[in-house]
Design a protein around this ligand. Sequence first.
Ligand code: B3K
Ligand code: ZN
Length: 852
Amino acid sequence: PRTVYLADYQPFPFLLPQVRLEFTLGPKATRVRARLEFMPNPARPGRHDLFLHGENLRLISAKVNGTSVHSELSDIGITISANDLSGDPFTLETEVEISPAANTALEGLYMSNGMYCTQCEAEGFRKITYYPDRPDVMARFHVRVAADLPVLLSNGNPVGSGPGWAEWDDPWPKPAYLFALVAGDLVAHADSFTTLSGRKVDLNIWVRPGDENRCAWGMEALKASMSWDERVYGREYDLDIFNIVAVDDFNMGAMENKGLNIFNSKAVLASPDTATDDDFARVEAIIAHEYFHNWTGNRITCRDWFQLCLKEGLTVYRDQQFSGDMRSHAVKRIEDVLALRARQFREDQGPLAHAVRPDSFVEINNFYTATVYEKGAEVIGMLRRLVGDEAYAQALDLYFTRHDGHAATIEDWLKVFEDTTDRDLTQFKRWYTEAGTPRLKVYEAWSPAAQGGTYTLTLAQENPATPGQPEKGAKVIPVAVGLLNPNGDEVVPTTVLELIKPVQSFAFEGLAARPIASILRDFSAPVVLDREVPAAERAFLLAHDTDPFNRWEAGRSLAKEVLARMITQGTKPQAAFLDGMAAIAFDEGLDPAFRALALRLPGEDDMAATLHQSGHTPDPARIHIARKALARAVAERLAPGLPGLEAAMRVPGAFSPQAADAGKRALRLAALAGLTRLNGGAAAQAAFADATNMTESFGTLAILLEAGLGERELAAFEAKWRTDRLVMDKWFAVQVSLSAPEETAQTVGRLTARPDFDMKNPNRFRAVLGALTGNHAGFHHASGSGYRLLADWLIRLDPLNPQTAARMSTAFETWPRYDADRQGMIRAELARILAAPGLSRDLSEMAGRMLH
Ligand code: B3K
Ligand code: ZN
């Protein structure tokens, strides 16, 4: 397969102002007629052949200006010779036939439960019709859909309809990846929103009959997002209608198609009895994310796919800001950093490491990664910290005015900041072009003096090699620092130090006493802080830090140190740590959500990474046992207060998904987990029986399963929800994630043999196989059964759905951490995958990168 390079970019030789599409839908045979109006692109002078992408299309006819032309067909598209392109502007009309029912890859036009829907990003439009399927070709679309179905949707505004047909017109030029079409027997949860300038917009969430009562929260989130983007970024919605459709079979969370967002049902449907608090928060965040793309992604799109972080990093940054505003900034930041470390750091430190803006790819779908998304968002957070809030707002205004209606690059993005602030961002740009997680070493010095002493902080950065990038330059790292007095008062409030050299010192003068430093507050840069801190100092920060992130971080670091020692030296957990946990758990002045987060112990995968980094070879079985022992020790220390905490955190009355109640439920579940570890399942069983919402019933079920109990509850849960796909996904997943290590493979075997295990449904596949890879000790069981099982299923899934198979293969990316036996077994599975006949480009690129 061909590698695509950023350096090879050339503008498309033609402009395409207007497109007209006509769909006559049929499951096995859908006809697509396209009329494309081209003209020469002044940016690419000269005479050019016309190449159009097209895959799995049956060409019926092709005409230029009404006359049939010869077109050279290949399996990636058609070429029409420059000689046949008469006239300056010219019109190409094609007709093709495709088969949505045969499309299991869920890319292009496909069917899900009798409904037609599309997924075009990144390069799916070429499976619908012949087209210049690249994001820098922006056209206005007029679409006619004909089918004997009640609801026929496409992008833009509705301009006409009758029995069996509808027409849509999208006035905003867009790349083909934002095209969407939906047709089916759907019902709408409808509402409306009046924009800042007084335009009324119709809002609909389209679902299958029966799901109407799960739309209210998504609608609230949509309206909140629309008004937030007006308030915070000055961005209004720009069509008369905004449609969201829920679909059961979808490769990812959702898609921001212009005016017609398509969502995985899991990412939009939520009701108190079927969705947990985490689900509600995720729905809110994803609705916001897709909505925010209307400006960052759609109005301003990407010149080419190497610029993916231009829209994804910025849109993630915006949805994180939004969720922080809707909920709690401290809690949101901690959750985001947890996810960043679990997925992005792991990626950045392994064989799949790549730059936020990569410079080559084989299959672009393999680059919708935590690095492009989450590290892409962190880079924007750093930029903002460096230039300040006001300059950030000005730069964004300039970005929107300067690039509206265009396909932009990271260079364009950085330029608006340079022009706004007069800063030179050449060095900063390395964050986009160089992969790897920098490591920050910290040295402290104190020189007392009568007039006031000087505290000197020396920071040294290291930028480790990554595949294809052996050497790196120093990064610009904003390090937010605050200093505390030994009595807990803050003597120096948060200050941003700009580390630009490999090693640099920063002095704080006039201090009465040697301070205690709180470094990298709010996680001001995506780096690993390499710092030995005495346990007493960590405990001090856990008790006193005014920065909530670092307060949590102090407990987290302590927990990791304690756990690492338990694993490698078999020691007992230190009292200082347990006391710290107790102090946080019962501190009524703290947000319950924060307390619940602080009580959550580091995960097993996280511990494996930590041990590996400190020069140990992680043993998954030992990690599992030690973590259980630590959880028990914490429960013992908290024991006297647990019943009271459990009772105090009950939330009476009607269910509200808002953060305050959700935080209480989370802390109550933490208390119930502790009680279950100490006294067995009685309390959790009672709570399961009395549960009035999914957070409580699923939370208590998980607590019971983790303790090796819960058979009865598992059966009751199944009996109640057996016909509900989304809830049953939870039922499948929880059994695998909480299986004992030696039983995990068997559990997977039992569940995949059930008739309701449908591998074509990505949610169900992920529920089982994703949960396998998330069960660290089970997946890495010494027998190799976890590795074998995953490889078997990836090989089976690949011909049906290469995108999901490739994505899930990243479970193998951590192989370099483990012992020689495990390394050998994983590499053998990767080699077996690579040798599978007819392997997709997606999976072969991934397996190949992991092996080499
Ligand atoms: N832009 C889509 C992701 C498309 C993934 C294609 N493999 C969803 C999002 O980031 O909002
Ligand atoms: Zn996105």
